[in-house]
Design a protein around this ligand. Structure first.
Ligand SMILES: [Zn+2]
Length: 423
């Protein structure tokens, strides 16, 4: 275990406990810049990874929470400069800022309260759910935050839906009872620490240990930010369970303002479906099931009709007298099965057939079938004209991009056949 740092001075000494942990409700804070150095870091900006020139800034203390204990880091500003990321390095919180700050100056930090409060609500909810007397025996305590729902991992293969409902009732009652949440700091060697549920102290621990206690329910070592009273979580909805790795179960939940946001999003989706499906929410499932059945049967009928159509097209060609030297055919809504059906019906390898299916002027499929020497001569060239790729000897198939150039392709094939006759 890392020993406590000796007292060096108010700026250099940093405990693992930051101002954001001492007062998680503080939204604005004055502190001093103790170090600032240029850096290049990778961030996900607008969904894409990007290397960004930035500055690693350390302050005497901070109200901006550095990522840790499963809780994501804060966002906010320092002197109106956006904070891109905050990470923990030993006992320090390193802030990545877009612009530099002069060492020694006093600055104002502001936290993105909406994001922080949301994280506090999810995190305290996790302590409450996993601290519940029934679930505690299984809790693995791993919390994963996502933008929409969070989950806790439990060391059990199943929970019944009754168990989940009972837990939901029990935890929401504790919110209504406005149970206080307190944070105490202990020296790492303090025997009182044994009374809380710790899974061993982290190796890089610097400074005092924080124990977060939900009165009479749970006492846990934690570096995260928490609500001061369960009433501030407002509501917790346990959503569903999912099988996790190695016989574990993941319990998904939303807490606090996310319950309202999630409900709002569900209602919007529900109303959009009402319009599309012409029915009320309780009938959505049945209606979709019926539509899927209808679609399946329609697709089967369509497939049968295309099979018949391919036979008809083949016979139409065979009935011509005299038969043309080459058979051209295109169908916008055809597919490879349809084209193969025509080839099978004609059933004559001495006839050159150029078949295409797909958007009249866009991408699609090309099949060239017939005498091997002709197919290997015109196949690649047709692919070139129609701007695609393909291969094959007596049956050349390709994916092409410009079916609008079919006329050029036909002219080319006729020219090749004319030359053959002359020769
Ligand atoms: Zn925690």
């Amino acid at each position: 275990m890392v020993p406590l740092l000796p007292f060096i001075g108010p700026i250099i000494l940093r405990s693992m406990v930051f101002q954001c942990q001492r007062d998680s409700y503080q939204k604005k804070y004055e502190t001093t810049v103790t170090s600032c150095k240029p850096s290049k870091q990778e961030f996900v900006l607008e969904g894409k990874k990007k290397k960004v020139d930035c500055y690693e800034v350390i302050f005497a203390d901070t109200i901006l929470f550095p990522e840790g204990g499963g809780q994501p880091d804060d966002r906010g500003t320092v002197e109106d400069i956006p904070v891109l990321r905050i990470i923990r390095q030993g006992g320090e919180a390193v802030h990545d800022l877009e612009s530099p700050l002069e060492v020694g100056i006093k600055v104002i930090q502001k936290v993105d309260w909406k994001r922080r409060h949301d994280h506090m609500q999810q995190h305290s909810a996790q302590h409450l759910i996993s601290g519940d007397s029934f679930f505690h025996q299984y809790c693995f305590g791993i919390l994963a935050f996502t933008n929409t729902v969070s989950y806790i991992e439990f060391n059990t293969p199943t929970f019944t839906s009754e168990e989940v409902l009972t837990l939901e009732d029990s935890i929401n009652m504790k919110l209504r009872n406005a149970v206080p949440v307190t944070v105490m700091e202990y020296d790492a060697s303090d025997p009182k620490l044994k009374e809380s549920h710790t899974r061993g102290l982290p190796e890089d621990l610097v400074g005092p240990v924080r124990v977060v206690t939900i009165d009479g329910i749970d006492s846990n070592m934690c570096c995260g930010t928490h609500v001061h009273n369960l009433a501030d979580i407002q509501a917790i909805k346990l959503l569903y369970t999912e099988k996790g790795k190695s016989n574990k179960i993941l319990l998904y939940f939303v807490a606090g303002n996310r319950v309202l946001r999630y409900l709002g999003e569900c209602v919007s989706r529900e109303r959009a479906l009402n319009v599309v499906l012409h029915t009320c929410p309780s009938d959505h499932g049945n209606k979709i099931e019926k539509l899927q059945k209808d679609l399946k049967s329609s697709l089967k009928s369509l497939k049968d009709a295309f099979k018949d159509l391919a036979v008809f097209e083949g016979q139409k060609f065979l009935s011509q007298n005299p038969r043309p030297k080459v058979y051209f055919h295109h169908r916008r809504d055809g597919d490879m099965d349809y084209l193969s059906g025509i080839i099978n019906e004609i059933n004559d390898e001495s006839v050159l057939k150029i078949l295409t299916a797909g958007e009249d002027k866009g991408p699609g499929t090309l099949v060239v079938h017939g005498p091997q020497d002709l197919v290997s001569q015109v196949g690649p060239k047709l692919c070139e004209i129609l701007e695609g790729r393909g291969g094959g000897k007596t049956r050349f198939t390709g994916k092409v991009n410009r079916l609008g150039k079919r006329k050029d392709a036909e002219e080319y094939v006729l020219k090749v056949l004319d030359c053959e006759v002359e020769n």
